[in-house]
Design a protein around this ligand. Structure first.
Ligand code: PLP
Length: 389
């Protein structure tokens, strides 16, 4: 990110959203004006639009890992993809037990909370790891769906492949489906959904340098008889999601998926940058605690508790100094409630409220990390001196 006219800056809120990559923007531009076709039209413009839609579908299927293009349904984002997944499974299966975790994104937890279900919410340990035995025990003969977050948006904590394959095997035993919110994992590690035994997964373009307002649901072929649509109308997306496709957005998602496939093969640079940021903060700020430190985490995410301060006050001061971070999830940060993820990990309300999430992307520069390291320790120290414990 270039320094602003006002001085150096650091955008470290990439789990909220990422800037659109140059090659993504270039791929999208013709589809706003030069190419006006609707993919459903039969004339030449329509045919070209349809071909662009098919090409993007192939690229996004590749990002899902071994996904076939026909298994991908484009949506308005991961929130819609997850709502569609939950709706489609519960339409296809009369059973009402759904197993989920205490650290899900609201796209999952709010959707489930609004339904009349036998909902089992499994906890996590102090490092954000799913209590696997509890989850396996909760998946019983009455279970239609197990839906879990693959990489946590607040802490970066990963659901490990070993846990995933055990959960998938248990789901298969009882005929339940396994859905993964793969939003924060995509582009950071290769997704091997079929190999892990997942049945459905959600993605969002704007978390991997694609445009906002476009996402996708992957449904393994044969896993549901029909995918009942949430939006009814025309026959787009093979009847799974009605409405004229957001073609510029979908083309952009295709380009971003290609880029993410290349980048996720080697996230070492991103991990090194995140580790340097964390090490610098831990060295400069006494009593800073990294959530889920030492546990498997995606490269790029760092959630740090700065005991004795209010995370929101730190966020606002940092923003004033050109450093943009968040407290908890972006959706939660306007609610002024401590992070449900950190509370589930056993932190007190005060500890959870003292946390900041710093999230880097493949486009974060060393200069941005340097600016954060030059700024953040002073902000924490100033806040601590104002409000001594
Ligand atoms: N799931 C996770 C883990 C997320 O981080 C987000 C976005 O914050 C979503 C789902 C929702 O994605 P979208 O903004 O595409 O609806």
């Amino acid at each position: 990110m270039p320094p602003s006219a006002a001085g150096p800056s650091a955008y470290l809120d990439n789990n909220a959203t990422t800037p659109v990559a140059e090659e993504v923007l270039v791929a999208m531009l013709p589809w706003f004006r030069d190419e006006p076709g609707n993919p459903s039209s039969l004339h030449a413009s329509g045919e070209r639009a349809n071909a662009a839609l098919a090409a993007a579908r192939t690229k996004v299927a590749r990002l899902f890992g071994a996904g076939r293009p026909a298994e991908v349904t484009f949506t308005s984002g991961a929130t819609e993809a997850t709502n569609l997944a939950i709706h489609a499974v519960l339409q296809a299966d009369p059973r009402r037990r759904v197993v989920t975790s205490a650290v899900e994104h609201p796209a999952t937890s709010e959707c489930l909370g609004a339904l009349d279900l036998d909902l089992v919410t499994v906890g996590v340990d102090g490092a954000g790891g799913l209590l696997l035995d509890d989850a396996l025990a909760a998946i019983d003969e009455q279970t239609a769906l197990c839906t879990l977050i693959l990489a946590n948006n607040e802490t970066g904590r990963l659901l490990e492949p070993r846990a995933l394959t055990a959960l998938a095997a248990r789901c298969r035993e009882v005929g339940a489906r396994l859905h993964l919110d793969a939003v924060q994992a995509a582009g950071k590690l290769p997704l091997e959904l079929a190999a892990w035994g997942a049945d459905l997964a959600s993605l969002s373009a704007h978390k991997l340098h694609g445009p906002k307002g476009v996402g996708a649901l992957w449904v393994r072929e044969g896993c549901l008889g029909e995918v009942a649509p949430l939006l009814r109308g025309g026959p787009q997306e093979r009847g799974r999601r009605a409405g004229t496709e957001n073609l510029p957005g979908i083309v952009g998602f295709g380009a971003a998926a290609e880029l993410a496939c290349r980048r996720c093969a080697d996230p070492s640079e991103l991990r090194e940058l995140r580790d340097r940021l964390e090490a610098g903060i831990l060295a400069a700020v006494p009593d800073a605690v990294v959530a889920a430190a030492g546990a498997p985490r995606v490269a790029g995410t760092s959630c740090i508790e700065f005991h004795g301060i209010d995370g929101e006050a730190a966020l606002l001061m940092l923003s004033h100094l050109g450093v943009e971070v968040s407290t908890g999830s972006a959706c939660g940060s306007s609610h002024h409630a401590p992070s449900h993820v950190l509370l589930a990990m056993g932190r007190s309300e005060a500890e959870a409220a003292s946390s900041l999430r710093l999230s880097l992307s493949h486009e974060t520069s060393a200069e941005e990390v340097d600016h954060c390291l030059a700024t953040l320790p002073g902000v924490i120290s100033a806040l601590r001196s104002l409000a001594p414990r």
